[in-house]
Ligand binder design. Structure first.
Ligand SMILES: Nc1ncnc2c1ncn2[C@@H]1O[C@H](COP(=O)(O)OP(=O)(O)OP(=O)(O)O)[C@@H](O)[C@H]1O
Length: 660
């Protein structure tokens, strides 16, 4: 953190003496032999710097941004505004009898918000041009509260004639920086301005404490964002277990990375200027937060180091079956199968990959559509270009066009002021994977059709036509022909997407893959949890094979994860969740993707399984809390939410009497 108070500006209320110095400085009449106090030397240093920067000493009004420029700047600082304004307004209400105004600027010195005494506000606006949208960095306005606090990165008080420009000589400005969570980056300034004669000694302390309150609230937001990024990383690490990835935050600083030497070295070289280069990137996926237009961070998926495929095949081949004989296992990238139809499909897909035509993959949820798409890209001539996976069902309808096609600056409120490329541009030359394509709304279907027909599109807010040159692989768990019959999906788009179409069989139709996947997931979990040995009993294999897996491979993976957590190196029937053990009626309809609300229910059930499994394993609540990395109070709240009675699983001991 920066030191609190600077000795160099403020608190010397010698208006006349300083005015004399200022006049002689500007008239070039300073006596070089004259002895000066450190305070005077500091002021002269400040003014000399402003003079060298070419600041007009005779300025009487601050520079104002154009309305459109100001609008963009406000939009870019949405979070700072939403966090600061309530605090600033709250404090201002209590500044009774202190005629002053409190000013919030953003990181470059543009005033975002002013509140406080109406008479002072009016005077500041009419005499000096201190209004929302005016700009007060030192380069523009010389030594002044906001600009000097910004350039020094510490609290300052600029009093009356200490200002470089004559136009500000009647004001007193105390200002303090608001720092980002790194304690270094200045996010904005809080300034308290009064006319010179109304100056209060406490003004600087006031701005420091308001700035710190804002800082604390911003830090909380950042922490929430960081947690979202960590969750996005965990999800991606599960989805792409054989990829290296680095997650960076809103300011492009690394937050977390795959725990290996390659990523560690890249992150070590990461400087303040961002990504160090020298490594390939196969995809960048922006992470967003609900209700926030600007992304909170990015998931950078690194290109595979050369020779990866070979190493991967050697190391990751699952050990031979211990209890269940399986047919020859074939792999298509990370997708494994011993089912004859599926193995044939792998061979076809290798040929299709080389042909560059659009591909439509049909399959129930969790069958591995994304896995196949990635491997098609990896086998295609575009393998060294970006691969971008987009879940069409997760993009809100009003952001869809700008997300796919990008936008130019000023296109809409909440937009990045620099404009942004859309998915078609980001995937230029590579592959764009449109997951859940059946969820596209009609307007977006029409827009997509146009790109697929003539390859052209425009960024939102621009007339300039751009050309898309990426291959499209689309996927859905829906019956698109039925959607067409119901008028919910365009037939012409369907034909454009399904130049070649392949369907992945659900897991219940390729039962030989159930033990294969169970063993494969158990093996990677064994490595993840650093267990020496992990076996699955024949009874557990049998139970797994009897179940019909509506959630397909993803459900197998989740079930195995919960089972590993509650096992002691041996996965028995007791480690499996009740629904796997429940007899399934043969008429049970196949899963058609989650029904509304079903996703939440399965997340809940999954959480429940994990906690119950851990209770069975540890039999002590405090150990479960420790293993899950949560506070005991949070765990007890979860017990309530998930309807878990710890005593049922801790051998009769109550939650509190278990040694917790
Ligand atoms: N045959 C397989 N071999 C190994 N892992 C698989 C296989 N099929 C799927 N998986 C794994 O199962 C999980 C789900 O796969 P994926 O996300 O590709 O499915 P999806 O069909 O795209 O799902 P959704 O329709 O919900 O988007 C992933 O962790 C993936 O690695």
């Amino acid at each position: 953190m920066k030191p609190h108070l600077s000795p160099y500006v403020g608190f010397h209320k010698d208006v006349r003496g300083v005015r004399g110095l200022w006049e002689r400085f500007n008239a070039g009449l300073l006596d070089l032999e004259e002895r000066r106090t450190p305070y005077q030397q500091m002021l002269l240093g400040e003014w000399q710097r402003c003079s060298a920067l070419g600041v007009d000493v005779a300025m009487t009004k601050g520079r104002r941004l154009s309305d459109s420029e100001f609008r963009l700047r406000r939009e870019a600082e949405q979070l700072l505004l939403e966090t600061s304004v309530p605090i600033v307004q709250d404090v201002s209400r209590f500044l009774v009898d202190v005629p002053g105004i409190m000013i919030l600027t953003e990181r470059t010195g543009t005033v975002l918000h002013i509140t406080g005494d109406p008479a002072v506000r009016e005077r500041a606006a009419s005499l000096t041009g201190i209004v929302e949208g005016s700009h007060w960095d030192e380069l523009t306005a010389g030594t002044n509260g906001m600009g000097t606090a910004l350039s020094k990165g510490q609290p300052v008080h600029v009093y009356a004639t200490e200002h470089f420009c004559e136009g500000w000589h009647s004001w007193s400005c105390a200002a303090a920086p608001i720092f980002d969570s790194d304690g270094q980056t200045v996010l904005g300034i809080i300034d308290f301005t009064t006319v010179e004669s109304d100056f209060r000694d406490q003004a600087l302390g006031l701005t420091v404490s308001v700035a710190k309150s804002i800082q604390a609230r911003m830090a909380l937001h950042r922490e929430l964002e960081r947690r979202r990024l960590l969750a996005a990383f965990s999800e991606a690490a599960r989805r792409y277990p054989h990829d290296d990835m680095i997650v960076v935050d809103h300011a492009h600083r690394p937050v977390i990375h795959t725990p290996n030497e390659r990523c560690r070295q890249i992150v070590e070289r990461w400087g303040p200027g961002g990504c160090p280069g020298g490594f390939g990137v196969q995809a960048k996926i922006e992470v967003t937060a609900p209700g926030q237009a600007a992304p909170i961070g990015t998931l950078v998926l690194l290109a595979k180091p050369s020779g990866y495929q070979k190493v991967f095949r050697q190391e990751d081949r699952p050990p031979p079956a211990r209890t269940t004989a399986v047919d020859a296992v074939a792999r298509f990238g990370d997708f494994m199968s011993c089912d004859a139809d599926t193995r044939r499909m792998f061979e076809e897909l290798e040929r299709i990959a080389r042909s560059d035509v659009n591909l439509l993959i049909i399959g129930e949820t969790g069958t591995g559509k994304e896995l196949l798409a990635r491997q098609v890209h990896a086998c295609s001539p575009r393998r060294n270009e970006p691969y971008l996976a987009v879940n069409c069902g997760a993009i809100s309808e009003h952001l869809m066009e700008s997300t796919f096609f990008g936008y130019v600056k000023g296109a809409f409120s909440g937009a990045d002021p620099r404009g942004r490329a859309g998915y078609f541009e980001s995937a230029q030359g590579g592959t764009l994977f449109l997951d859940e394509v059946g969820e596209l709304p009609p307007a977006m279907q029409a827009a997509l059709l146009r790109v697929l027909e003539d390859g052209s599109f425009q960024r939102v807010g621009s007339c300039e036509t751009r050309r898309a040159s990426c291959r499209i692989i689309a996927a859905t768990h829906r019956n698109l022909e039925q959607l067409i019959a119901e008028g919910r999906f365009r037939q012409d788009l369907y034909y454009r997407l399904k130049v070649v179409q392949r369907s992945i069989k659900p897991l219940r139709e390729r039962p030989c893959d159930i033990p294969l996947l169970a063993r494969q997931f158990a093996e990677s979990l064994r490595r993840k949890h650093q267990l020496d040995e992990l076996t699955i009993t024949p009874e557990a294999y049998e139970a797994l094979s009897r179940y019909n897996w509506p959630g397909n491979a993803r459900e197998v993976r989740n079930t195995m994860e919960a089972a590993v957590l509650c096992s002691d190196g041996v996965i028995t029937v007791d480690c499996l969740p009740p629904e796997v053990l429940r007899p399934i009626s043969p008429e049970a309809p196949p899963a058609e993707g989650p029904a509304p609300g079903e996703g939440m229910a399965s997340v809940r059930e999954y959480e429940r399984q994990i906690i119950v499994g851990m209770l069975r394993k540890f039999r002590k609540v405090n150990q479960v809390a420790q293993a899950l990395g949560m506070a005991r109070s949070t765990l007890y709240r979860k017990f309530g939410e998930l309807d878990i009675r710890p005593a049922d699983y801790t051998g009769g001991a109550s939650g509190e009497a278990d040694g917790a």
